[in-house]
Design a protein around this ligand. Structure first.
Ligand code: GRF
Length: 223
């Protein structure tokens, strides 16, 4: 039985594209069944439509409160009967009721090495802090923002002449490998949550290291 993946986006949707392409190329026992955006202008909606995916816009600005938006989003999500919900550049904080409904099957990609740099402007803050590695984290979502159990992390270098833009670009390319890997593991039942930590059942490395700016992997990406 194919698992049903629902993807929530807010923007260009490059992580969505990486996910859909990996699901096809790697013959996952799962498929993306729909895309919901909280922003009507999200470019990812066009990408989804041009790839035959059902899309829906739920503009958060049209709702009187956060709770009202969350409640409507929950209903919209449930209509897709998802087995797993992926936040792929979804830029709204979700309330406890929504998160608890999908506990253990709600996955987010965040562009930093959590728990460092939760929230917004991660790349700017990483540069200001002078850190020498950056990266991204795929994690299960819990009610506390950007703090859920880590599924996998991708590490990239921070280079001396980096700008917010160049670092964001490098991290984004790492995200495109990291998020599909995390979701593939989930839909194949390869992950186990134990005392708040996620372990891969076969002991696969849950880290992607990209030691150079070209993102040449330091290790084979486990399939
Ligand atoms: C990604 O860097 C994601 O981690 C961040 O927003 C960006 C979304 O990019 N939260 P895209 O919409 O997937 O292209």
């Amino acid at each position: 039985m194919s698992m049903r993946i629902l993807v929530l986006i807010s923007g260009r949707g490059s992580n969505l594209a990486a996910l859909v392409e990996a699901a096809h190329a790697q013959a996952w026992p799962a498929q993306v069944v729909g895309v919901i955006s909280n922003r009507p202008q999200a470019a990812g909606l066009q990408w989804a439509q041009s790839h035959g995916l059902p899309t829906q816009v739920l503009d958060h600005q049209a709702f009187a409160s956060r709770e009202a938006f969350d409640a409507a989003l929950l209903q919209a999500c449930l209509a897709h009967r998802p087995d797993v919900v992926v936040l792929a550049g979804f830029m709204r904080v979700l309330g406890e009721a929504f998160v608890q409904h999908f506990e253990g099957r709600l996955i987010n990609i965040h562009p930093s090495l959590l728990p460092a740099f939760t929230g917004l402007h991660t790349h700017r803050r990483a540069l200001q802090a002078g850190v020498k590695v950056a990266g991204a984290t795929a994690h299960y979502v819990t009610p506390r923002l950007d703090h859920g159990p880590v599924i996998a992390q991708a590490v990239v270098p921070v280079l001396p002449r980096d700008t917010e833009h160049s670092l964001a670009d490098r991290v984004l390319r790492a995200e495109h490998q990291l998020l599909p890997l995390a979701v593939a593991w989930h839909v194949r039942g390869e992950l186990q949550l134990h005392e708040g930590c996620v372990h891969h059942r076969q002991g696969a490395a849950q880290t992607l290291f990209f030691p150079d700016a070209d993102l040449t992997p330091a290790m084979a990406v486990p399939q």
